[in-house]
Ligand binder design. Structure first.
Ligand SMILES: Cc1cc2nc3c(=O)[nH]c(=O)nc-3n(C[C@H](O)[C@H](O)[C@H](O)COP(=O)(O)O)c2cc1C
Length: 187
């Protein structure tokens, strides 16, 4: 036999594609995780690997890739904000899904302080979170955090489905009452 010896993960490649494809069918809301950089600047990262964990005490989790800037910022500050985006905030989501060097520096977004971490103005809901546990899981860390402040408003959510932004059907959001899809973006 000749040829390259397969790497340990090569046999998992087809599964990896199917894994991505399967999870792209899982419709989610869209959030922006906010942290504060050492110079005080707000850092944002679009995320849907976010969920509630416990009501008493109120716990939420965020899965953050080890290579994300947000990962190091949460590790050091032990704090983050979660802003659940509204249907009108697709531009915000697209902006914070790009690596910082590819973000348009002219794009400005308004933040408000809930407690210790800034969150996005105009979000459907926002939470101020203090990390109480961090679990390494593959190439991500699951940050579990106690939610210390919450703000909720009414409105329609921004959704993510099959690699595109989407809107609730039959609601009055940016889709004008019909389901609509946003710009495609590989992630
Ligand atoms: C809809 C959507 C959801 C995402 N969810 C996550 C997520 O849960 N965790 C994560 O680490 N990256 C997620 N990303 C990718 C990050 O937003 C992207 O890598 C971003 O550039 C990271 O920024 P940072 O490195 O400055 O923190 C998502 C991207 C999109 C478009």
């Amino acid at each position: 036999m000749s040829g390259p010896i397969p790497g340990p993960a090569d046999h998992l490649l087809p599964l990896r594609n199917e894994f991505r494809s399967a999870w792209s069918r899982f419709a989610t809301g869209v959030t922006v995780i906010t942290t504060v950089e050492p110079d005080g600047a707000v850092h944002g990262m679009t995320a849907n690997g976010v969920t509630s964990v416990s009501l008493s005490p109120p716990l939420a989790l965020a899965c953050v890739g080890h290579e994300r800037n947000t990962h190091a910022l949460i590790r050091s500050s032990k704090k983050f904000g979660i802003s659940i985006l509204s249907a009108g905030q697709q531009t915000v989501a697209a902006h914070f899904a790009l690596p910082p060097e590819r973000r348009n520096p002219a794009s400005q977004f308004e933040f408000v302080h809930l407690n210790s971490v800034p969150v996005l103005k105009g979000a459907l809901a926002a939470m101020d979170c203090r990390v109480v546990a961090a679990h390494e899981a593959g190439d991500h860390t699951i940050f579990i955090a106690e939610v210390e402040r919450i703000e909720v408003t009414d409105g329609d959510p921004l959704l993510w489905f099959a690699g595109e932004f989407a809107y609730l059907a039959g609601r009055s959001g940016a889709a004008g009452g019909r389901q609509a899809r946003g710009r495609r973006r590989g992630s």
